[in-house]
Design a protein around this ligand. Structure first.
Ligand code: PMP
Ligand code: GLU
Length: 397
């Protein structure tokens, strides 16, 4: 025996986003003068009405296992809400609940792919995508989008990138983490038709669906090309929209057979999602809209603040984010003068010298960049920007 860890598991590394967020909190707790813009989660409290419904659920003793794919009340609520939001009819049997959107993506990848199948992922991608694809035994195919063109996704680019490959699934995310890109109707329609023509399946990660700004809005590909419904698994949930990241509830909507198999897989792998959180998610969908909008407006204000300050720094560039709560900023013009050759080394230096923690863009497939999160208070953002500006001034040539 070579050691206790299998070959498959020995390639898995911890999530950079989760571990750097933990690191920022640990440094702060240890009394270090550190500001972290690493957060990939809203900093707001979960709205009271949602918390209360969870407390009531516990008091009522509703704390047992639930059906593997989720309680019927929540599945019905999701089906009804998303039939309206997406504009295509979904039945409760075409909907399931898992422990967060992340878990839904994993289940979908497991059910849609076999070993050897390729899953196309576009840069900049969320850190967990390639790892999840590898974990289910499929192969990630990274499609590089051009930062000079604001990472625009075109059918021509896609055709070239996928020609002669064994791509079975596209794993797509809009509004996007880490760059806040929101694909427009026209792009989505063209890409959607291409996928239909080519018989390629789609996993559409729409977890930031309600967080869009400056008049921009999110469209699910299924809204624009309804024929995509059967070949698409839409992923969303309550984590970002209702500030419920720790409650671990995500939703998947798709073809009945696919959802059935995802439920069967989940039944053996994790049993069921948390009973209390499922009740809370019903309340979020029924009563959470006002709070959701209040939080979105607060994010919008912070986005403007960050944009106003970053746009005044000549050595950096970035696409203006229309959604989510991140800026992906190209800092590579500073690498030479900082004496670093990667986003990770840049972030290490920034932390050491300025006490500011950002997430390096390397693990998102864009090593020229760093990710700023604006899921922090305006005061924190202001101080973080003071530190960043000062650091850049020191090294700008
Ligand atoms: N997709 C993206 C793009 C994300 O940023 C996140 C954040 N963790 C998730 C999925 C997972 O969300 P959840 O917390 O509901 O698992
Ligand atoms: N999605 C968030 C982020 O990118 C949360 C952390 C994680 O689950 O990766 O920071």
């Amino acid at each position: 025996m070579n050691g206790p860890v299998s070959k498959r598991a020995s390639g898995i590394e911890p999530s950079v986003t989760l571990s750097l967020n933990t690191k920022a909190n640990e440094l702060k707790e240890a009394g270090e003068d550190v500001i972290g813009l690493a957060a990939g989660e809203p900093d707001f409290q979960t709205p009271d009405v949602i918390k209360e419904s969870a407390i009531e659920t516990i008091r009522a003793g509703d704390t047992r296992y639930t059906p593997a794919a989720g309680i019927s009340e929540l599945r019905r609520e999701i089906a009804s809400a998303y039939s309206k939001i997406i504009g295509v009819d979904y039945q409760p049997s075409e909907v399931m609940v898992s422990n967060g959107a992340k878990h839904c993506i994993f289940n979908a990848l497991y059910v849609l792919t076999d070993p050897g199948d390729e899953v196309a992922i576009f840069t900049p991608y969320w850190v967990s995508y390639p790892e999840m694809v590898k974990l289910v035994g499929a192969t990630p195919r990274i499609v590089e989008l051009d930062p000079a063109n604001d990472y625009k996704l075109t059918v021509e680019g896609l055709k070239n990138a996928l020609a002669g490959t064994n791509t079975r699934v596209i794993l797509y995310n809009s509004p996007n983490n880490p760059a806040g890109i929101v694909y427009d109707r026209d792009q989505i329609e063209k890409v959607g038709r291409f996928l239909l023509d080519e018989g390629i399946l789609l996993i559409s990660d729409e977890i930031y669906e309600f967080l869009t700004y400056a008049g921009c809005r999110h469209y699910s590909p299924v809204s624009i090309v309804p024929e995509l419904k059967e070949s698409t698994v839409v992923i969303t949930g309550v984590s970002k929209s209702y500030s419920m990241t720790g409650w671990r509830i995500g939703f998947a909507l798709g073809n009945r057979e696919v959802i059935y198999r995802m439920g069967a897989y989940q039944a053996h792998a994790t049993g069921c999602p948390n009973a209390i959180s499922q009740r809370a998610a019903v309340t979020a969908l029924r009563e959470g809209e006002k709070d959701r909008e209040k939080m979105r407006k607060a994010f919008q204000k912070r986005r403007e603040m960050l944009s106003g300050r970053l746009s005044g720094i000549p050595s950096v560039k970035y696409p203006e984010p229309d959604g989510a709560f991140y800026f992906l900023v190209d800092v590579s013009a500073l690498y030479g003068s900082c004496g670093v050759d990667s986003s990770t080394a840049f972030c290490d230096k920034l932390l050491e010298e300025a006490g500011l923690l950002l997430i390096p863009g390397g693990p998102f497939g864009c090593d020229d960049t760093v990710r700023f999160s604006f899921a922090v208070s305006e005061e924190t953002l202001d101080e973080a920007l003071n530190r960043f500006e000062e650091f850049v001034k020191r090294y700008a040539e």
